[in-house]
Design a protein around this ligand. Structure first.
Ligand SMILES: [Zn+2]
Length: 299
């Protein structure tokens, strides 16, 4: 009786494919895993590809964009790769395909896909009144110049990784403006969406590096004010804007929790606050998910 039961269980284990995953033999698998099957606009999705064989090439496609994947060390999986997908805040709700394509060392072409459902995040409209002096800083030419430099930074992808643990909070204080608000300045047509999280506190409050990385920009700009960018590797960059003091320079390496500056209201800011942003492979995402440790980092 016991022998028969054992035989049945063994045959079930080896013959049925796991639901949602392709049937595979243990010696030749190519799997895709995502951190959530349904996600809101502006959030970050983590994608893992796990392959039985060493890969010569691997690429991910999402929303007609191609994303490279980075190898991550895992004691049980020699060929494990990861990438982070930022869901743009203006993505139309619906189901989207994520396709992984690779070529292994035996020149075998591999392909697999999964679906993710993007849900409406319900972003609200916010009216902002600025003083005359601050309104001058809304100058489109200045904004475009600074924006172009930021954009060139966000496009950089460092294939190394400088974070080993979840991201910490950049500053103490209260959230004065959340991510994704559609903004209208002084009632006119200039309208953008808020690409970060505003945290208000007293001028001079210390600002911390949310994780390890390299300071790729530390500048004093007219519109953004005193600004710092930290590249954490694997497509993740954090942004710190409107600071009163910068305590690091471009090129410096920082550790998680290191003081990098002081909170202020330089540039287009109504009062002392930190505008904190996260760029994921050149998409500005909701930073709250990162600093609350709700982004899956590990397999
Ligand atoms: Zn802001």
């Amino acid at each position: 009786m016991n022998k028969l039961f054992l035989l049945i269980s063994l045959s079930i284990c080896f013959s049925l494919p796991v639901s949602g995953k392709p049937a595979h033999t243990p010696s030749n698998y190519f799997q895709i895993t995502i951190s959530a099957s349904s996600i809101r606009q502006g959030q970050t999705l983590t994608v893992f590809v796990n392959s039985a064989n060493r890969l010569k090439r691997l690429e991910l496609t999402f929303l007609d964009q191609k994303l490279s994947m980075d190898h991550v060390w895992h004691k049980d999986h020699a060929h494990l790769f990861r990438t982070f997908i930022g869901i743009p805040a203006n993505t139309k709700p619906g189901s989207y395909k994520i396709v992984a394509r690779g070529t292994d060392i035996n020149r075998q072409k591999l392909s697999i896909y999964t679906l993710v459902r993007v849900k409406d995040a319900g972003f609200k409209i916010q009216q902002i009144r600025l003083s005359k002096k601050k309104t001058k800083l809304l100058d489109q030419k200045i904004l475009q110049e600074e924006g172009a430099i930021l954009k060139s930074q966000f496009l950089k992808k460092d294939r190394r990784v400088y974070f080993k643990s979840p991201f910490g909070s950049p500053v103490a204080g209260r959230v004065s403006s959340s991510f994704g608000l559609r903004r209208k300045y002084n009632g006119d047509a200039i309208s953008t969406y808020h690409k970060g999280l505003d945290i208000a506190n007293k001028t001079g409050t210390p600002i911390y590096a949310t994780n390890g990385g390299q300071v790729t920009l530390a500048v004093h700009w007219k519109s953004h004010g005193k600004t710092i960018l930290i590249n954490h590797g694997h497509g993740i960059i954090t942004i710190y804007i409107h600071m009163d003091k910068l305590l690091v320079k471009t090129g410096d390496w920082v550790k998680k929790g290191q003081i990098i500056g002081r909170l202020g209201s330089t540039g287009i800011a109504n009062g002392p606050h930190l505008h904190f942003g996260v760029s994921v492979n050149n998409v500005r995402v909701n930073p709250a998910q990162w600093i609350k440790n709700r982004v899956r980092l590990f397999f």
